[in-house]
Design a binder for this molecule. Structure first.
Ligand code: ZN
Length: 166
């Protein structure tokens, strides 16, 4: 933190702090790479922004033993995917799906749901104000969800329209 002598409003300071967390994940992504023979994997893209991610997961006894991602795109999409991998590593399937739902709720409401512990991902709360960027932030999480769906042999839709929540 620097002391510039200027009286910054608290809100702006918080924004700076959040931006730092996001940039840190963008510049030094966690769990970047690939897994040679993953239990499941999926590719996701956000054509509106040009974001692409590949997520590979190794499951052991329904637990995320290892997770790696690769991709390219804007800082929000890549930082969010990095945060996602860090957050779900070691979680079981149910907890992972709950985390995905909690993050979706964060993107919908701009604040984390009660009792959620989304860690660094909460730094993305401000993105909720920008619907176009919400798609960037959700990309990695939705791609993970798709990878997990494949694990259970659920059909993977190639329809660009999003599945209805229900
Ligand atoms: Zn993007």
């Amino acid at each position: 933190m620097t002391n510039e002598g200027a009286s910054e409003p608290t809100g702006s300071l918080m924004d700076d702090l959040y931006r730092e967390i996001i940039l840190d994940h963008y510049r030094a992504p966690r769990n970047r790479g690939d897994i040679e023979s993953p239990t499941c994997s999926a590719d996701g893209s956000n054509p509106l922004c040009g974001d692409q991610v590949h997520v590979a997961v190794d499951l052991t006894d329904d637990r995320i033993e290892s997770i790696r991602f690769s991709g390219e795109g804007c800082s929000i999409s890549q930082a969010s995917t990095s945060m996602m991998t860090e957050h779900v590593l070691g979680l079981d399937g149910l907890s992972t799906r709950m985390a995905i739902k909690q993050f979706q709720s964060l993107m919908l409401n701009g604040e984390p749901p009660e009792n959620s512990k989304l860690g660094d991902s909460e730094a993305l709360a401000g993105v909720a104000k920008f619907p176009a960027r919400v798609k960037c932030a959700l990309l990695g999480w939705k791609t993970l969800e798709q990878a997990l769906d494949r694990e259970h042999n659920a059909p993977v839709t190639t329809d660009e329209r999003e599945r209805q929540d229900g």
